[in-house]
Design a protein around this ligand. Structure first.
Ligand SMILES: Cc1cc2nc3c(=O)[nH]c(=O)nc-3n(C[C@H](O)[C@H](O)[C@H](O)COP(=O)(O)O)c2cc1C
Ligand code: SF4
Length: 571
């Protein structure tokens, strides 16, 4: 199917400072659990998106100095030459596919727990984080302000050395530039507090210093939460939001705008249960009215018609995406080639980011089981190892795991039989998508597999017979009989959690999908790789051996005490 010509505009190149983006698709910074410590993971995950057609791809938040240390979560870092070397693997791999690479320079202030470095972070004023436990910052004097600004400059120069094309002065999610701008945090009475110009001073000066330091062929990007949703206490879009963009427009090459402070990140990475795609537009559309530089906005954009609306109605110039790029790294390519049915739509379940909050482990995605396994297992979301035998394979259970298993086996060329006692593919997901309020979009998980299985089984004469729920029901009352029917062939069971080796735990976790991928693709990379085997020239930092477990335990204990104390408070 040819691309709808209305979507051509999404593929028009656009100038961003000294760079020319090949199209309007941009992966906004998002964490994956790789940071600078897992260079192979970082490089393989990001460059997959470059291969999939994104014009620019960014790191996650990238610490400028040990004073901004997010351990026990794993952020990117540009602290030293070792980090430069490791992140260079990412930029080199992205460049191979003709995309640009960006580093999101980050100083967290009170919101950086500093579990590893044990530094006390500095802030606009002194306050305890409303997001982390037991973390706080000390108010800076003027010398210290200059020192923190220099940390950005030094990190920007390291970003240059690592081969990045874009460098951020990141001020969304309540990190330090936004803390200065927002009255909620900034209680200063000197030239960095009070009036709008004073509150904007730290950020503007930092952008200027970074711009002056980096070469002319690097673009300077500002990520700005244009409304912190705190009313007059914070930043409101029609007040300081628009004012700041107008004020700093001359020194910025690209505005990456989003919403809210750190404690309400769900207003930014919006779950589909509560927010439709494009929820941010209500706020971000104001920014285009004042910015002369390109603006990019996020909003779980997966539908090319919605993207078209964003661009043609003048809400933003560039489509920013975090989750849609995770669930389908090839989203731009698929739109470009008119393969709309093949788009693996992000269902807005927020498993990716919620899992981050349990301590920043390597990311998983319910829609894309290959996410985070591009390096370790060598998995590719669009390329499949060819079958290694002529076995036909029976999959019992057409829920999320079973149907994904069938899809991948068909891609590999196996004759595949997918059975379920229900009429429809989807398993327990059908009940969730239709039975629980707000979770209708989760049904896209099923729809994608249904369409793919039907398309694949039609295309190949000897592979796949499509879905035969009723037949399974008639043929066998229970699964054990099916096992005999297909004696000699490989058997995949997808009953509940998708564990294929007789483990019938009634799990409902999306890990079932993952388990099936491990089984189905294992021929591709039998032994998962570790980072130590490494990508060319990349090293692990021996000092980062995660020896901070005790701190975590203490933190948990303290957290555990707090609710109990609250419960004792009389009403
Ligand atoms: C797993 C995950 C990690 C994220 N990490 C970051 C981050 O490191 N820095 C940042 O500025 N935003 C981060 N974000 C926010 C995204 O960049 C984006 O603003 C938000 O998810 C909304 O865009 P989307 O609807 O396209 O996902 C993260 C989002 C997700 C889902
Ligand atoms: S499908 Fe769910 S886990 Fe995957 S990117 Fe979207 S929100 Fe995250």
């Amino acid at each position: 199917m040819a691309r709808d010509p209305r979507h051509d505009i999404l593929f028009e190149p656009i100038k961003v400072g000294p760079l020319t983006f090949r199209n309007r698709f941009y992966q906004t910074p998002h964490c994956i659990g790789a940071g600078s410590d897992r260079p192979g993971f970082q490089a393989a995950h990001r460059s997959m998106k470059a291969e999939g057609g994104w014009a620019a791809i960014n790191t996650e938040y990238c610490s400028v100095h040990p004073e901004s240390d997010d351990t026990h979560r794993l952020s990117a870092r540009l602290w030293d030459a070792g980090d430069v070397r490791n992140l260079r693997a990412m930029t080199e791999h992205i460049h191979k596919f003709g995309a640009y690479a960006g580093a999101e320079l980050w100083y967290g202030s009170a919101h950086a727990p500093n579990m590893e470095s044990r530094c006390t972070p500095r802030g606009a004023s002194q306050y305890a984080s409303e997001f982390e436990t037991l973390t706080y910052c000390q108010e800076m004097d003027l010398d210290e302000i200059a020192r923190v600004q220099q940390m950005y400059v030094d990190a920007a120069l390291r970003a240059r050395d690592a081969g990045f094309d874009l460098v951020y002065v990141y001020g969304a999610d309540s990190y330090i530039p936004l803390q200065f701008l927002s009255r909620y945090y900034n209680k200063r009475t000197d030239k960095y507090g009070g009036s709008f110009e004073n509150r904007a001073r730290f950020w503007v000066e930092t952008i200027e210093k970074v711009r002056k330091a980096v070469p002319k062929d690097m673009a300077v990007v500002v990520r700005f939460a244009v409304d912190t949703l705190l009313g007059k206490d914070g930043v409101e879009v029609e007040d300081d939001g628009m004012k700041f963009v107008e004020y700093a427009d001359d020194i910025v090459d690209l505005w990456d705008v989003n919403l809210c402070g750190i404690a309400e990140w769900g207003e930014n990475a919006t779950p589909s249960r509560y927010y439709p795609s494009g929820h941010h537009l209500h706020w971000t559309r104001f920014i285009k009215q004042v910015a002369k530089k390109p603006v990019l906005g996020v909003g779980r954009y997966t539908d090319p018609n919605k993207m078209l609306e964003v661009v043609t109605k003048g809400y933003a110039d560039i489509i920013g995406a975090a989750r849609p790029s995770i669930s389908d790294p090839f989203l731009p390519k698929k739109i470009e080639e008119g393969r709309y049915d093949d788009i693996r739509v992000c269902i807005g379940c927020n498993v990716c980011i919620s899992r981050w909050e349990i301590g920043g482990p390597p990311m998983i995605c319910t829609q894309n089981a290959t996410a985070g396994e591009e390096y370790r297992r060598g998995w590719h979301p669009e390329k499949f190892a060819k079958k290694t035998s002529d076995d036909s394979i029976l999959i019992v259970g057409a829920g999320p795991a079973g149907s994904e298993c069938a899809r991948v086996l068909l891609e590999r060329g196996y004759t595949t039989h997918l059975y379920d006692t229900a009429e429809k593919i989807g398993g327990h997901l059908n009940g969730i998508a239709t039975g629980l309020p707000g979770l209708g979009e989760w049904g896209y998980h099923r729809d994608y597999r249904e369409v793919q299985i039907n398309n694949k089984s039609c295309r190949s004469a000897d592979s796949g017979t499509g879905f035969r729920g009723q037949e399974a029901h008639r043929q066998a009352g229970h699964r054990a009989q099916l096992r005999y029917v297909f004696h000699g062939d490989e058997l995949g069971g997808a009953t509940g959690d998708g564990r294929p080796r007789g483990d019938h735990r009634l799990g409902r976790s999306p890990r079932g999908v993952y388990a099936f991928h491990a089984r189905v693709l294992e021929h591709h990379a039998p032994q998962p790789r570790t980072e130590v085997q490494g990508i060319r020239g990349a090293l692990l930092h021996p000092r980062r051996t995660r020896a901070y477990a005790n701190y975590q335990q203490v933190g948990r204990w303290v957290q555990g005490q707090l609710p109990r104390q609250r419960r004792l408070t009389p009403h």
